[in-house]
Ligand binder design. Structure first.
Ligand code: PLP
Length: 364
């Protein structure tokens, strides 16, 4: 059990220390004031013990990302996918123009959903590179009057990431950061809204984080469901209805763990080291290949193919036997994908690289 390395794209690996700490207080939560006698799962979200968990999680996330005071942090349900609808419902009136950058499968899903509610302009698309790069911002065809510009900062399936934050001038930048949030420091002030499902880099599934500039609140259209209205959640500290309490608690554990490990600058260093190691193994061989433009290679999700696709299942079986699991690429892309989120230790990536070199020697 101990030697398993989990490369799942999500729900994904969590820090072992966090899991162990959660285990130790699963039945009887140890609050800063002592044992509570019940599990976090059994507590009222309005209890003092849970309010303390919630407040500290929010404060730690604010510290980690240096989130300015004029941004609200919302702890929601429905996944990043529900935000595909919430964003146009909150930020645009029916028929309003909204700009989207098409970088791959997650961007495409956001676009499809937004089209139900707004006049979507696809201002740039990476289709001409088969979604292996991010379109050069010099060629983005911004609308004159769009309510926001939407990007998918890291395409989890394609392994394609923005090289820095795009400069959209005075426009409102909205970004899906599900698979890259907390992987490195981020200048939140450059965005109007950031959203992320928790199950990649934050915690268990069931929690979605929205970070929104407060001047963007209060503009939801009339027919926007109450629970999709950001103002509802901002007014109620994300407790208008029952929040995903256990996921919120675990996210808080991950935030304080990250702070203890040196914050996001240190996380970035660890992540870059891991990614460099894996990309070097791919690039140094003629057996493995990654198609993504160098500047847009994700440090979180690394897809790669074998020279001979007939060897895919042998690769996956032997990898699994070696304790390297969940390496199968997305069904639409084929090949392999190693997701190497914050909680993947360097030893896991090293073990994968060693395995890949051995497999190539034996089968290349
Ligand atoms: C996983 C993912 C989603 C979907 O998240 P859900 O929580 O399943 O709705 C959306 N966007 C990106 C970039 C993702 O990686």
């Amino acid at each position: 059990m101990n030697d398993i390395f989990n490369f799942s794209a999500g729900p994904a690996v969590l820090p072992k220390k966090v899991l162990q700490q959660v285990q130790s207080e699963l039945v009887d939560y140890l609050s800063p004031d002592g044992n509570v006698g019940v599990s976090v799962m059994e507590m009222s979200h309005r209890s003092a013990a849970f309010m303390d968990i919630a407040t500290r999680a929010e404060a730690d996330l604010r510290t980690l990302l240096a989130i300015p005071d004029n941004y609200k942090i919302l702890f929601l349900q429905g996944g990043a996918t529900l935000q595909f609808s919430a964003i146009p419902l909150n930020l645009a009136a029916a028929g309003d123009r909204v700009d989207y950058v098409h970088t791959g499968q997650w961007a495409n899903k956001a676009i499809k959903e937004a089209k139900r509610y707004a006049d979507v302009n696809i201002i740039a698309s990476a289709e001409n590179t088969n979604f292996t790069s991010v379109p050069d911002i010099a060629n983005w065809q911004f609308s004159d009057n769009s309510k926001y510009v939407h990007t998918t900062h890291n395409e989890t399936i394609g392994g394609v990431c923005f090289d820095g934050i795009p400069d959209v001038g005075e426009r409102i930048l909205v970004s899906d950061m599900s698979s890259c949030i907390l992987s490195e420091p981020l200048d939140v002030s450059r965005f109007g809204l950031i959203y992320a499902g928790a199950q990649k880099n934050i915690g268990p599934a069931g929690l979605t984080i929205v970070i929104v500039r407060d001047d963007l609140l209060g503009n939801a259209r009339q027919e926007c469901p109450t629970l999709l209205n950001y103002q509802t959640h901002a007014d109620a500290d994300s407790m208008n209805n029952t929040p995903p309490t256990f996921a919120w608690y675990m996210a808080g554990k991950v935030f304080s763990h990250l702070l203890a490990e040196g914050g996001l600058a240190a996380a970035k260093q660890r992540n870059q080291l891991k990614a460099e190691l894996l990309y070097k193994t791919i690039d140094d061989s003629s057996f493995y290949q990654n198609p993504v433009a160098l500047a847009n290679r994700s440090i979180m999700n690394v897809p790669f193919t074998l020279a001979n696709a007939e060897l895919d299942s042998l690769f996956l079986n032997q990898a699994k036997a070696a304790g390297l699991v969940e390496l199968k690429g997305h069904r639409s892309v084929g090949g392999m994908r190693a997701s190497i989120y914050n909680a993947m230790p360097l030893e896991g990536v090293q073990a994968l690289c060693d395995f890949m070199e051995k497999f190539e020697k034996e089968n290349g």
